[in-house]
Each structure stands twice: as structure tokens, then as C-alpha cells.
Design a protein around this ligand. Structure first.
Ligand SMILES: [Zn+2]
Length: 181
């Protein structure tokens, strides 16, 4: 699966489930713990293996023109928008709500939403542990490519956030290409 950031600076929120049993799903915690144990970093790039909550490999990043993808900062929601940006943002579109609409098609609900991947999102983490959502650095036409290591169900929210710089304050289209190996 190739995800293409057509116009640049577009955060792409994604969740992954075992297509045959959605109780097995992407685990950001296990993915980063195993990656850290190997001396790697807190973000995802080429070579990163996305693990499930059963510690099985779900996908591997095999190409990446951006260089890093966040999996710490989570998805935006109407509630977090309210807290972070003011009550008037309560009714703006948000990734959590997009995920819920798609998850419902597969019989899933709020309890099935877990920590997600934010492709192309720039989230520097300082030595003291504080993280910020910074300006995106992905170029127009930049892409990340994942190889599925099991049959996966992928939920994607092309982040509609306009209150922080994760999309350059202007959400833009992406393209997804699925191909057989
Ligand atoms: Zn979002």
C-alpha cells in the first residue's frame, strides 16, 4: 500500500486490524517498545515493523520519502479540539469521528479505536519528553509504502485538522495505491 501526500504537509491518520479477527489490531506501544529495544527511534520509517497487540508483525514500511511518521500523538477528536483550540471548534471534522464512521461498517465502535499512526506528521519529542505538533516537512508527491505481512483492514482518516500545523492549516488530498506483490 502506497500512501501519497499529493500536495505536501498532509497528516494521514491510520489504524490497522487483522482482517480475519479485528480483536487483533495495531499496537503503537508494542511497536515502539520492540523498536526501542533494538536501539531505534520513537517514530516510524523504512524498516519499521508495525506489530499487533499479539506481538505479530502486521506491516513493514518498505519505502519512505519523508523520513519519519508519528505514532505517539494520536488522532484529533472533537473533544481534544475543544480542549486545545476552544469550544467553537467542537463541531469541526476530526479524525476520531472519521474513524468511528468507518469502524462502524465493520461492526466496531469506540472501544476498538486504539493509538494510531500519523503518516507524514512531524512530532518532535524533546529530551524532557514533551512533544509538539510541528510544521509538516513532506514534499508534494512524497510517499510511504507498506508491505502487508497479514491480511489487514486499514482505516484511514485524511486529517481534516485546521487548528494546528499538522496539515499546514490547509488539508489537501492524498492518494492510496494498493498493489499485489
Ligand atoms: Zn486529525
Amino acid at each position: 500500500m502506497r500512501i501519497i501526500d499529493l500536495k505536501s504537509q498532509q497528516a494521514v491518520d491510520a489504524l490497522f486490524y487483522n482482517a480475519a479477527d479485528t480483536s487483533e489490531r495495531y499496537s503503537a506501544q508494542d511497536t515502539l517498545a520492540v523498536q526501542a529495544a533494538k536501539g531505534h527511534r520513537y517514530d516510524l520509517t523504512t524498516g519499521s515493523v508495525l506489530l499487533s497487540n499479539e506481538l505479530r508483525p502486521m506491516l513493514r514500511i518498505v519505502a519512505d520519502t519523508c523520513g519519519f511518521h508519528d505514532t505517539c500523538a494520536g488522532a484529533c477528536s472533537c473533544e481534544s479540539n475543544t480542549v486545545r483550540f476552544g469550544h467553537e471548534t467542537r463541531f469541526m471534522h476530526a479524525c476520531r469521528e472519521n474513524f468511528l464512521v468507518e469502524a462502524a461498517k465493520y461492526g466496531m465502535g469506540k472501544r476498538d479505536l486504539v493509538s494510531n499512526v500519523n503518516f507524514f506528521m512531524n512530532v518532535p519529542i524533546r529530551p524532557d519528553g514533551e512533544l509538539t505538533v510541528d510544521d509538516g516537512v513532506s514534499e508534494p508527491g512524497g510517499y510511504v509504502e507498506l508491505e502487508a505481512l497479514m491480511d489487514v483492514l486499514v482505516l484511514i482518516s485524511n486529517c481534516p485538522q485546521v487548528n494546528n500545523p499538522c496539515n499546514g492549516f490547509t488539508p489537501t488530498p492524498i492518494q492510496i495505491i494498493i498493489s499485489e506483490p
